[in-house]
Write a new protein. Structure first.
Length: 326
């Protein structure tokens, strides 16, 4: 049996510039971090030739083509496993519509588990690249490529997406004290709305030609945030998150709505410097940058919204259990 732990993520800056329609022409960049909330993928050999897939549903099939879970199906196909395994996925939070990158986390984790089942050691870069191929090329999902890379690499990272297709990654180096301060200034609340990101991202992709100016601003803010992180100028990060969120809302009409705007403004009045929805928009989790001394006031103001305490996670996808019979 193999068990793989793969982190979810918060996207801080640069979202939208990781879409090929933009970065293949102008280059893109994002600043994002893995968090200490995970999806676990297990794989073990069966006594027969069937394939059993367990998630919110259970599938028992004879062949790959019969599998409804498309991420698992295409991961099996890519890694060459055709029969005789049981695979399960389990998450720390309900994954669908969370905005924490769960689909890409599942794909990266599934590939990692399957390669480990073969006895292969595969690089984070390869896992990310192949997860992108499954989601974007094979399944035609209207998404960018940042989530796959942060799930594979982990840490607080700055990624550059070059027009050549190359992805550069830099782990942000912070002292333990600086990391503690940064951790303590983030809060995460569930909006109470789970949504499908597909329609929002399709609208965003459709609008991309007319929103080049906004995307360039978002890209520049990611570079500025990288500098502020290096200089440990953390409150400036909160201001930039606010400015970036105001611009991002212009990328598609469905990214925010009156209810979410009210939540955000309530948090701001209570002391939050800035914030954003963590994924495509429309719902999921609201990330806030709040000085520690203001956090109880923000909690009270957002009474009724479930808070998800979290820390930034240093590691990417990893095997946490590997038992093989001799």
């Amino acid at each position: 049996m193999i068990i793989v732990q793969t982190p979810l993520r918060i996207s801080l800056f640069g979202g939208g510039t990781d879409f090929s329609a933009f970065y293949m022409e102008e280059g893109g960049c994002v600043l994002s971090s893995a968090i200490d909330k995970y999806i676990f993928v297990t794989i073990k050999e069966r006594f027969d030739s069937k394939l059993r897939i367990g998630y919110t549903q259970t599938e028992m099939v004879d062949g790959i083509d019969e599998i409804h879970h498309e991420l698992i199906r295409e991961s099996l196909r890519l890694t060459g496993i055709e029969q005789g395994v049981e695979i399960t996925t389990m998450g720390d939070i309900p994954s669908e519509g969370s905005g924490l990158g769960s689909s890409s986390t599942v794909t990266v984790g599934a590939l990692h588990a399957m390669y480990s089942y073969h006895g292969e050691i595969v690089s984070a870069e390869r896992l990310a690249r192949e997860a992108c191929a499954i989601e974007i090329e094979t399944l035609k999902k209207p998404i960018g490529i940042q989530d796959q890379y942060i799930a594979a690499y982990g840490g607080l990272r700055f990624f550059e997406f070059l027009p050549s297709g190359e992805v550069k990654t830099e782990k942000m180096k912070l002292s333990p004290e600086a990391l503690r301060i940064l951790n303590n200034n983030f809060m995460l609340f569930f909006t109470g709305v789970s949504r499908s990101s597909s329609s929002i991202l399709k609208e965003q992709t459709h609008n991309m030609k007319d929103r080049r100016g906004e995307l360039r601003e978002i890209k520049q803010m990611a570079w500025q945030a990288r500098c502020d992180i290096e200089m440990e100028n953390f409150d400036a990060i909160g201001t930039l998150i606010h400015q970036s969120w105001e611009i991002k809302k212009r990328l598609a009409g469905t990214i925010s709505n009156e209810r979410i705007n009210d939540m955000y403004e309530t948090a701001r009045r209570a002391g939050a410097i800035g914030g954003k929805l963590t994924g495509a928009g429309g719902g999921g989790f609201l990330l806030l940058y709040v000085p520690y001394e203001c956090q109880n006031k923000v909690r009270s103001a957002l009474n009724g919204l479930q808070e998800l305490p979290f820390r930034l996670e240093a590691d990417g996808t990893k095997v946490i259990f590997n038992y093989r019979r001799s």
